[in-house]
Design a protein around this ligand. Structure first.
Ligand code: RB5
Length: 149
């Protein structure tokens, strides 16, 4: 299951992503927001990311105006590796090299066509492991207050 979340600026894109997931038979849950009324991105980020770290959801897809604020909030949740992405290469490699578990999109930055391509490659691409696992482990160590150098 994929968890979706957005603030008001990301709301229209989140709704388009929902249609795309439905059309492709991908199960999701939507933690809001549920209208274009003002809603702060940190709330959606925390709500969605809690479902990822609990194991209820495999990955999160979050939308705000730039994709940046919501990614910053998401990365404060322990166990989340969120990437704000607006190009295909980064969407693919943040899965292959960073094992990103949260894709953040900027509804005021990219159009829905590109956003859906990014969603697709993000969901389809696996983590390469190996030397990249060592680096991801270092991110986790930093999160746990350990020195990695
Ligand atoms: C909301 O106006 C906007 O600041 C927010 O969606 C996002 O772009 C923040 O990073």
């Amino acid at each position: 299951m994929i968890v979706l979340g957005s603030d008001h600026a990301g709301y229209p894109l989140k709704e388009e992503i929902k249609v795309y997931l439905e059309e492709n038979g991908i199960e999701y849950c939507d933690v809001g927001c549920y209208s274009p009324e003002r809603y702060d991105y940190a709330k959606a980020a925390q709500k969605a990311c809690e479902k990822v770290v609990s194991g209820e959801a495999k990955k999160a897809i979050l939308c705000c105006g730039t994709g940046i604020g919501i990614s910053m909030a998401a990365n404060k949740v322990k166990g989340i590796r969120a990437a704000a992405v607006s190009d295909y290469f980064s969407a693919k490699f943040t899965r292959m090299h960073n094992d990103a578990n949260c894709l953040c999109l900027g509804a005021r930055v990219i159009g829905a066509g590109l956003a859906l391509e990014l969603v697709d490659v993000f969901l389809e691409t696996g983590f390469e492991g190996g030397r990249h696992q060592t680096r991801v482990d270092q991110i986790t160590a930093i999160e746990n207050g350990e020195k990695v150098y």
